[in-house]
Design a protein around this ligand. Structure first.
Ligand code: PSU
Ligand code: MN
Length: 304
């Protein structure tokens, strides 16, 4: 595999044992509309910095797996969007060998971040089991099961089949922790009615659990962080918008990797931008928790 290209600031933080939080690039290139995506990419990095950690946004640029991006690369991701392929972990070898440009999904970002020695990764919402026959299951779930990293996410995206997504996480052995909640959050809203086995309220305890999990070599953790109450969307409004978006995807025969970006774009349209504002708010909240967790992991290492 070609070497990782770790940005100097990220490399220095890792070498000195300072907190680092990985961020993904598919949310920028495929998940959010231009130009809001560029502002949100910067806001996410700022949120990580405000929490005392170094942000490492990850993407593949001309076949190089970049851990920490220059401002010009974030511009490219935002402006050229779909000109970047959407790379899951499975696709990495092809892009790295061919020298192509690709935005990394949760699965690919988790794998690359872990390889760089990063243990915390903030996203918006992970992929999961799509509604319908349930045979479209995001590789995000398997990758989280295998990869030693804590992924901070507002549950799974509401466009998915959330009960089956939670069941699949359990089957695969992903440790799901509710961050100050006892329920799986539903991305745009705080609750799904799906109870979680474990709730954690204290950041030092979250870090302690993560340390033990990684020491056991048992793979990843999903830290389920609900959207801030003031940013949450009305349940009936978003449910109606999702029904509409799913019908449009069906009518236009959208399948495979295009489904998630198609549905998110449609929701943005149908809700008059409210879905994008909510997506921004939840992703920022995840970046903040990510920074706190990364800092707590470093503190604990210093005390043993
Ligand atoms: N979170 C967001 N917006 C996004 C995504 C996450 O707020 O666009 C992306 C992530 O990269 C995730 C992907 O891995 O959506 C899931 O895609 P799929 O359902 O095709 O696996
Ligand atoms: Mn899929």
């Amino acid at each position: 595999m070609s070497e990782l290209v770790i940005a100097p600031e990220v490399a220095a933080a890792l070498a000195e044992g300072r907190p680092v939080v990985a961020l993904e690039s598919t949310i920028i290139a495929h998940g959010l509309p231009f130009p809001a995506n560029r502002a949100i990419a910067a806001d996410l990095e700022d949120a990580v910095r405000s929490g005392g950690a170094v942000p490492a946004t990850i993407a593949i640029v001309a076949g190089r797996a970049c851990i920490g991006l220059e401002s010009a690369t974030l511009d490219q991701l935002a402006e050229r969007g779909r000109a970047f392929a959407k790379a899951g972990a499975t696709d990495l070898a092809v892009h790295l060998a061919r020298g192509t440009d690709a935005a990394t999904t949760v699965s690919a970002t988790a794998v690359l971040a872990a390889r760089a020695g990063i243990r915390v990764f903030a996203t918006g919402g992970i992929g999961g089991v799509h509604r319908g026959d349930g045979s479209d299951v995001s590789h995000d779930l398997v990758a989280m099961a295998r990869t030693p990293i804590a992924v901070i996410s507002a549950g799974a995206k509401a466009i998915l089949d959330l009960p089956r997504t939670l069941e699949t996480l359990e089957t695969l052995g992903v440790l799901v922790l509710g961050w100050r909640t006892g329920e799986l959050p539903a991305f745009y809203t705080r609750t799904s009615g799906l109870a979680l086995e474990h709730r954690v309220d204290d950041i030092a305890e979250l870090a302690a659990i993560a340390r033990v999990r990684f020491a056991l070599g048992q793979g990843g953790i999903l830290v389920a962080n609900p959207i801030p109450a003031e940013a949450a969307l009305d349940v009936a409004t978003i449910d109606a918008a999702i029904t509409e978006a799913l019908a449009a995807a069906d009518a236009q025969h959208v399948t495979g990797k295009r489904i998630t970006p198609f549905l998110l774009a449609r929701l943005a349209e149908v809700t008059g931008g409210a879905a994008v504002r909510a997506n921004r708010a939840l992703a920022l909240a995840n970046a903040q928790v990510g920074a706190e967790l990364a800092a707590a992991l470093v503190d604990q290492r210093a005390t043993v």
